[in-house]
Design a protein around this ligand. Structure first.
Ligand code: ASP
Ligand code: MG
Length: 412
């Protein structure tokens, strides 16, 4: 039995939201087992359990008490314990040998930052023993344990990370992520009806797509890339093929320059006007933002006139009020005015094929111009060009780019 290949399968909260769905997933797991695979199943909490627990902690702490992070982590970890044990109960009722394990029991060791702990190691001894005994393993996702024996959680959406870490530690053949979407698309199908499902995508490109809106936890993809774990993203509801994320040469699709057009419509822009153009100003502005846990994305500083300059940067829409408050509070920055605009969007073209080949930015800007879309800010990486546009123009922008780069047609 231990000679056979190991497959890790992760099921997200919406796939196991109630007992009926848990039983559906359980029978799917039993079918895979009967086909011969050694299975390690990682589960998230059922439905919106994590949100409900966070709310419960807040309400219990009262209006001016912040709940203690250690207690919150142990509380949140119970969501995944409920789903893991119920999944084991369902599989048992179908006659298969199965055992559920908490993160602690599964050997998931983490650093001690409660609420967003990083996995420091996975001790696979118990996992291996159970697999050798021929059992299906159900591991509670999103959680681990510190050196001191305290339970931690890995940050929202952290079950993907658990799944990839376990796959890496066991040398699994593949990590399959089952979710409510059936794969990774060339763009958001709600905005671009012509968007196509990709058969495969590289880690680097997926990381750009994940950070820009496709629903995957970026940390899990980073981990997959570091340990070369092939990851399959597929639907837990349908038997459709899904998208394979891997590091090898593209096999199924002919290499194409542009892979996808991710869109993020939850972007806000902050403009700080009339700041002195001298060393230390950017640090004085961005350090307190970082300290407040606000992540800043695109930053543009204008050429200075008369020793004064404007700085514009973007943050997530949900952070705009906090970011404004922090920026207005910086007396060292001595700006004449700080304004915020919550109605922005980020539209990008992503593809490894544009490395070392000029002309993609020009094509992108021309396509946006033809669609009447105004570009407010621009930023690039080796494999991505991003434009900040107004939110109400995001759809027109995405459609224009999708057509201009011929993503609606299979590669030829
Ligand atoms: N249940 C956790 C969350 O909602 C972890 C996960 O879903 O992966 O964030
Ligand atoms: Mg969840």
């Amino acid at each position: 039995m231990s000679q056979e290949q190991i497959i890790v399968q992760k099921f997200g909260g919406s796939s196991i939201a109630d007992p009926i769905r848990i039983r559906e997933v359980a029978s799917r797991i039993c079918r895979s087992r009967l086909a011969g695979a050694n299975l390690v199943i990682v589960v998230s909490a059922m439905g919106n359990t994590t949100d409900d627990l966070i709310r419960l902690a807040g309400e219990t702490a009262g209006a001016d008490g912040a709940p203690n992070l250690r207690e919150v982590d142990t509380l949140l970890s119970t969501g995944e314990l409920v789903s893991a044990t119920l999944m084991a109960i369902a599989i048992q009722s179908m006659g298969q040998d199965v055992v559920s394990l908490s993160g602690t029991q599964a050997g998931i060791r983490t650093e001690s930052t409660h609420g967003s702990a990083r996995i420091s190691a996975v001790d696979p001894a118990r996992l291996r023993r159970e697999l050798d005994a021929g059992r299906i393993l159900i591991v509670a996702g999103f959680q681990g344990v510190t050196e001191m024996g305290d339970v931690t959680t890995l940050g929202r959406g952290g079950s993907d990370t658990t799944a990839v870490a376990v796959a890496a530690a066991l040398g699994a053949e593949r990590c399959e992520i089952y979710t409510d979407v059936d794969g990774i698309y060339t763009s958001d199908p709600r905005l671009v009806p012509e968007a196509r499902k990709l058969a495969e995508i590289g880690y680097e490109e997926m990381l750009e797509m994940a950070m820009l809106g496709a629903k995957m936890n970026p940390r899990s993809i980073e981990l997959g890339a570091v340990y070369s774990v092939p990851m399959l993203v597929a639907s837990s509801f349908a038997d459709a093929p899904g998208t394979l994320i891997h590091g090898g040469e593209p096999t199924l699709e002919v290499r194409r320059a542009i892979t996808g057009i991710p869109v993020d419509r939850n972007v806000a822009k902050i403009t700080v006007r009339g700041v002195k153009d001298r060393p230390g100003v950017a640090a004085a502005l961005f350090e307190p933002l970082a300290d407040a846990g606000i992540s800043v994305d695109v930053i543009v500083q204008n050429a200075s006139a008369d020793g004064l300059t404007d700085m514009t940067f973007t943050v997530a829409r949900a952070d705009v009020q906090r970011a404004l408050a922090v920026a207005r509070d910086r007396s060292e920055v001595e700006s004449s005015e700080v304004t915020g605009d919550p109605d922005m969007a980020k539209v990008s073209v992503v593809g490894t094929g544009m490395q070392n080949s000029p002309g993609y930015a020009a094509r992108m800007f021309r396509a946006l111009a033809s669609a009447g879309v105004n570009i407010e800010m621009i930023t690039t990486s080796e494999i991505r060009i991003t434009c900040i546009v107004r939110r109400d123009q995001a759809q027109a922008a995405a459609q224009a780019l999708h057509a201009a780069f011929k993503l609606d047609k299979a590669a030829d």
